[in-house]
Design a protein around this ligand. Structure first.
Ligand SMILES: *Cc1c(COP(=O)(O)O)cnc(C)c1O
Length: 350
């Protein structure tokens, strides 16, 4: 007999499917003549790759980027193989064989990866060229390499270093990308991530690759009016307590009650991605009420001051502070805030 499932979650991540679809459509529109794809790597930035990719495909997306080979496997039952590209490329011959068998496109990032791909028979692939990131991608000296020349390149890619900032770097990368595109045959060219889309038509080419902005992040002010929040994390109260003046709360007695207080203990901790870098006083919300964080964040719990909310009770759902568009007081980037959300969240499309 299979053991019964836990009947209800105490951490949930509500994903607004309409907002997700609307964000893709807005980014596709802003991409002009180019088509917008979707970066769904890292479990769609923590929101759940299968859910997200399904919604994005319904909205019109036809090109999905994952980073790892295993992430492609997860999508394969839901997304046509030829619409999946794997950014890290084949790291060994076994992965190259998997891509070939599955019909997924590897992004070839080096002459060595080109060799691995050709050795399993080759076929359509994407090709990453380095224009300044110095992370992955072939360098100008290898554009004419005879192994690279044998590739059947669907999309020629490069990645912008700092499209979220103003400065000369993006323009320099644009020039280098055009130079590469002039000598490397490819069906399509793709340079822009979310922020790159906002840099204008010069950066759009044939395909754009938004990630962050799909999920509610706003990497440039030009996108502020078009991008909607998608992810809403919520957590349940496990118990409420009364503490007396002078009592301390939590590990290392970091908080001392200045007066008698009522507190609430919630089932969210750093193991769920709510890191200890969030400061004291960080405001959780219950309806219109604000509930400040007190004491040190534990692995599985946080403690809030709920003195002003006498009707808050065990089992209630509280909103976790999660505005991606505000520079976060935790010191985390919006990318980190999204991808840290742990496995204990029940991810639900609403
Ligand atoms: C992650 C990634 C993207 C998406 O970037 P965002 O800044 O999240 O829009 C696009 N292209 C590549 C190569 C990536 O690694």
């Amino acid at each position: 007999m299979t053991p019964p499932d836990c009947p209800s979650a105490s951490l949930r991540l509500q994903i607004d499917r309409q907002a997700l679809a609307a964000n893709w459509r807005a980014l596709d529109r802003l991409s002009g003549n180019a088509q917008a794809g979707a970066a769904v790597k890292a479990d769609a930035y923590g929101l759940g790759a299968v859910h997200a990719a399904t919604v994005l495909r319904e909205a019109g997306a036809r090109q999905f980027f994952v980073a790892h080979c295993g992430e492609a496997s997860e999508l394969l039952p839901h997304i046509p193989a030829q619409e999946i590209s794997v950014l890290h490329g084949p790291i060994d011959a076994q992965q190259a064989q998997f891509f070939k068998t599955a019909g997924v496109r590897p992004v070839v990032n080096s002459v060595q990866q080109a060799r691995l791909w050709l050795d399993v028979g080759g076929g359509a692939c994407d090709l990453m060229i380095d224009t300044g990131m110095n992370r992955l991608g072939i360098c100008p000296g290898d554009y004419a390499d005879e192994t690279v020349a044998q590739l059947e390149v669907e999309s020629l890619l490069s990645h912008l270093v700092s499209a979220d900032e103003d400065g000369p770097l993006s323009e320099k990368q644009l020039r280098l990308f055009r130079d590469a595109a002039a000598v490397i045959p490819a069906k399509r060219r793709s340079l822009a991530n979310s922020a790159g889309i906002a840099l204008g038509a010069d950066y759009h080419f044939d395909l754009t690759r938004p990630g962050l902005a799909l999920y509610g992040g706003v990497p440039r002010p030009e996108l502020a009016d078009v991008i909607q929040q998608v992810a809403y994390p919520q957590v349940r109260v496990i118990q409420t307590r009364c503490v007396q003046q002078g009592d301390t709360v939590g590990y290392n007695a970091m908080f001392t009650a200045p007066h008698a207080m009522r507190t609430a203990t919630l089932s969210l901790g750093y193991a769920d991605g709510f890191l200890r870098s969030w400061p004291q006083g960080t405001a959780f919300r219950f309806g219109d009420h604000s509930l400040p964080l007190i004491g040190r964040i534990s692995m599985d719990m946080v403690i809030l001051d709920c003195t002003k909310v006498p009707d808050l009770a065990a089992g209630d759902w509280v909103d976790v502070p999660y505005d991606l568009t505000q520079a976060s007081s935790s010191g985390l980037s919006p990318y980190e805030m999204l991808t840290l959300l742990g496995r204990r969240f029940d991810r639900v499309l609403v």
